[in-house]
Design a protein around this ligand. Structure first.
Ligand code: HEC
Ligand code: HEC
Length: 372
């Protein structure tokens, strides 16, 4: 007589158990989404990061390489640098780095352009780009952003103003035979840096902060910009001028009126970016550093450096904590790409490793994104 009742009770208990269990499961899934969703980055923030890194390099190169060496060494930056044994113009430096980054095929692209270009290829390529450039000329406080559909994919685009920050900007452009404008003044917006970020095939009609980019994608973009500038600086400035016996790069570059070492070039620009306090940082580190402060800062960085030594084809990524804050980090291998790298490190009295060979992993570029 109790049997059916017992069955009902048993079934009810079972149902309650299953229901509460699935609730727990569901709860766990939303927790995960919250955790991962919260770390994704709006494209506007990603573009701000990328622009800050480009701008830091542009300023450091203009002020501490071009302007300083013009004064201390009478070494000029000229348009025909390849034949004249001179420095690349700041604009050519940015163009070379953007070509290097754009050719890596990671989707992100950037370039320098203007409504009054000396070189026609730096003119706006669409009506929208023209509108965007006019907008930043009229209101340089804000970058101009929009989303464009290019058929196969949608792109987030942002144009940031490029200012006449030195007398040399205005005097060279105003006097250049091919310049369509000759009344630039200090502080004027002379053009803009456009940044393109692919968003995929989602249909978004207006700039929508709901479209987010995973942090590893944003870290890849930052790394690409840093590595491209590092490459252009090493190849077109340090190696070329050293090979031609025009100027050397030395550790005490400021006192010796020389070029900063490639590592110092990266560190100086990373300091500029850090000072902006945007929640973005990048550094050059190594397990065998010449400068002990370039060693790994935490366990994650140590394991990551070991990992990219074994698998240099992919970055080591993950979330960790630093100074009480949640951070996302990605570590990319830094390779011995020239004889100069290994000759100098192997001979340096403070270097703990003396047997680097070509293409060895000498350390890593670590990109850190502070999560909100
Ligand atoms: C010694 C001459 C010289 C100096 C100094 C110079 N530029 Fe240029 N600039 C050029 C030349 C030449 C180009 C075209 C490069 C190319 O072939 O793409 C250019 C390109 C540009 C462009 C892209 C549009 C265009 O005109 O083709 C912008 C924007 C620009 N410069 C802004 C600046 C700013 C800002 C500064 C100062 C930080 C500066 N320039 C310093 C000569 C100069
Ligand atoms: C003329 C000497 C010289 C050359 C050339 C040179 N380096 Fe360095 N490198 C240094 C010095 C000195 C430091 C330490 C800078 C500091 O932080 O004070 C350094 C720092 C580094 C670091 C950070 C860890 C450390 O050792 O402190 C890495 C990684 C690195 N270099 C890799 C390279 C690579 C790759 C190349 C070639 C593209 C290269 N270096 C070319 C001298 C050189």
């Amino acid at each position: 007589m109790f049997k059916p009742l017992f069955r009902v009770i048993l079934l009810t208990v079972l149902c309650i158990f299953l229901l509460s269990y699935s609730e727990v499961e569901e709860q766990r899934v939303t927790d995960m989404k919250l955790l991962w969703g919260a770390v994704d980055i709006p494209p506007k923030i990603a573009a701000d990061y990328i622009h800050t890194v480009i701008d830091a390099h542009r300023r450091f190169y203009s002020q501490h390489i071009v302007d300083r060496l013009a004064k201390t060494q009478s070494l000029q930056a000229t348009e025909d640098w390849a034949h004249e044994g001179t420095l690349l113009l700041p604009d050519q430096f940015l163009l070379a780095s953007s070509q290097t980054a754009n050719n890596q095929g990671i989707g992100m692209r950037y370039r320098l352009m203007s409504l009054w270009p000396i070189n026609e290829r730096n003119a706006p390529k669409s009506e929208l780009e023209k509108i965007g450039l006019k907008a930043v000329v009229d209101n340089p406080k804000e970058p101009f952003t929009w989303i464009v559909d290019k058929g196969s994919s949608q792109y987030f685009q942002a144009i940031y103003p490029d200012f006449a920050v030195a007398q040399s900007c205005t005097s060279c452009h105003n006097n250049h035979a091919k310049s369509p404008r000759n009344n630039f003044k200090m502080g004027d917006v002379m053009g803009g840096i456009i940044i393109n970020l692919p968003l995929g095939k989602r249909k978004v009609s207006k700039v929508d902060l709901k479209v987010l980019l995973p942090p590893e994608v944003v870290a890849n973009y930052i790394h690409s910009v840093v590595a491209s500038h590092r490459h252009v600086y090493s190849k077109y400035i340090v190696d070329r001028l050293q090979d031609k016996n025009i100027l050397r790069s030395t550790e005490n570059w400021l006192q010796e009126k020389a070029l900063p070492l490639p590592a110092q070039f990266l560190m100086e620009t990373s300091q500029v970016v850090r000072d902006r306090r945007l929640g973005l940082d990048f550094r050059l580190i190594s397990l065998q550093p010449i400068n002990r402060s370039n060693g790994p800062a935490n366990e994650f960085e140590r394991v990551g450096l070991e990992a990219v030594e074994v698998h240099p084809a992919r970055p080591y990524i993950g979330q960790t904590r630093l100074g009480g804050r949640d951070i996302f980090q990605a570590i990319y291998p830094d390779l011995a790409v020239s004889q100069g790298c290994i000759a100098c490190h192997n001979a340096h009295p403070q270097s703990p490793k003396k047997d680097y060979k070509m293409n060895d992993v000498m350390g890593g570029i670590v990109v850190t994104l502070y999560l909100q």
